[in-house]
Design a protein around this ligand. Structure first.
Ligand code: SF4
Length: 293
């Protein structure tokens, strides 16, 4: 795989993600606007919808916080030069920071120095999955700081089971309040280990709001948690209303008998992601958006 192609596709995905919210997120926000009855909630959602429209019109980032850049790479086992992919992604981030532009959001935790180009140790972070085939599917998530600050991992008492998980999620949403710029999307995961559940929770944020969990039992749990967290009344931007959360996506791993790790990853209304597939013949399919940059 040509690294220059990977770099240009990654650049296009970053630019697309920060300007154009995916259709499923826009539709969910429009539905929330139609269904809210309080004037304050409607005003907040109208402002968000206007913001989205203006970003598209002026081809400008939908939020000033263009986030931490995270990639998910699903690489075909037969693809050559995979060792050069991370370098291409880092270059794409540097170029996007200058040209889109993106706010520089990568700070050395020891010195407090901002690298100025959204790169640094482990940033952008790249999640790898090796799959059969000879194409590469690339997804970018630009993850806002406000919603990241309230992500939470913990250990449920194993005996409490799913009941304990529900309580854990509702408490996380109440504690988060207005901080993650609601309406939010929640990635919820259990099992594995402390790190595994958080990884799965964050990855679950990539699932479109129109797709429910393929397991009907889990899909039902997603609905139940959605209903419960929306009963908090936190509402759009924390100013009250029916829509605190737009959707809940659950994933899980098997767990140790003595442990019940759980994690909640929050995404804000500016739930930015974009995906493309690069085929072996060099053709590119943009999977998440049908926009011209
Ligand atoms: S949490 Fe999201 S909407 Fe709020 S400031 Fe950060 S990126 Fe923007």
């Amino acid at each position: 795989m040509e690294t220059s192609l990977m770099e240009s596709v990654a650049f296009n995905l970053i630019k697309t993600a920060v300007i154009y919210l995916p259709d499923d997120v826009k539709q969910a926000l429009k539905k929330a606007y139609a269904e809210e009855t309080s004037d304050t909630a409607k005003t907040q959602l109208k402002t968000i919808l206007d913001n989205i429209e203006l970003a598209e019109k002026f081809k400008a980032p939908v939020c000033q916080d263009t986030g931490t850049i995270i990639f998910y790479v699903k690489a075909g086992a037969n693809v050559k030069n995979l060792e050069k992919v991370e370098g291409a992604l880092i270059n794409a981030v540097r170029i996007a920071t200058k040209e889109v532009p993106l706010r520089p959001n990568a700070v050395d935790p020891f010195t407090g120095k901002n690298s100025g180009d959204n790169t640094g140790r482990y940033i952008p972070f790249v999640n790898w999955e090796i799959v059969p085939g000879d194409s590469v599917e690339l997804t970018v998530m630009t993850k806002g700081g406000g919603s990241e600050n309230v992500c939470i991992g913990g250990m449920i008492v194993p005996g409490e089971g799913i009941k304990g998980l529900k309580k854990f999620v509702v408490e996380a949403v109440i504690k988060a309040g207005a901080q993650p710029c609601p309406p939010n999307i929640l990635g919820v995961a259990m099992g594995g280990g402390a790190d595994i559940s958080m990884k799965l929770a964050k990855k679950a944020l990539l699932r479109p709001l129109t797709e429910h969990n393929p397991n009907p039992e889990i899909a039902k749990l997603e609905e139940e948690i959605l209903e419960a967290v929306n009963m908090t009344g936190i509402g759009p931007m924390g100013l009250g209303g029916k829509t605190t959360v737009l959707g809940v996506h659950i994933d899980y791993a098997f767990r140790h008998p003595a442990s019940f790790p759980a994690a909640v990853a929050f995404n804000c209304w500016a739930a930015r992601r974009a995906s493309a597939r690069i085929n072996a013949d060099g053709s590119v399919e943009y999977l998440s958006h049908k926009v011209k940059l």
